[in-house]
Design a binder for this molecule. Sequence first.
Ligand code: CU
Length: 176
Amino acid sequence: MFRLALIIAATCAAFFTAPVSAHEYKVGTLTIGHPWARATPKGASVGAGYLTITNTGKSSDRLLSGTTDVAQRFEVHEMTMDNGMMKMRPLPNGLEIKPGQTVTLQPGGYHVMFVGLKQPLVKGEHLNATLTFEKAGKVKVYFLVEGLGAMHGGDAKADMNKPGMTMPGMQMPHGK
Ligand SMILES: [Cu+2]
């Protein structure tokens, strides 16, 4: 039991340490934190990307769209509940980032969608993209590709399929 606790503590410590792979970008009054994507299985036609956007300015901005080398289209999506089913749909007016706000795109919530993948997204690789904001304009970023079922960015080296990683409750410490 004591040994198990030690293993869990060590695992959690790894998550709380600032990841070496964290990267961020600034454009206008926006800071874009650690864009990452999930690896895709062979033959998948879509992939999803996640990031944080912080607005330190005095007026709202919007993530409208973008482009990427690896897919035909780049869409900004939200998740909604529909008859108890989680569904996603493109945001027709983009994603608003209010002054002083940080919007987190993450699994189960807002995300960007790479539609019409030209190649699988492979863990550990980067994909180049350009984000388009209503006011701040365009910014080039790269998305770091994490594991297939990764729930958050910053630990491409951690294997989410390890038995220890799927224990009930293990997700909890990672929330805000
Ligand atoms: Cu989507």
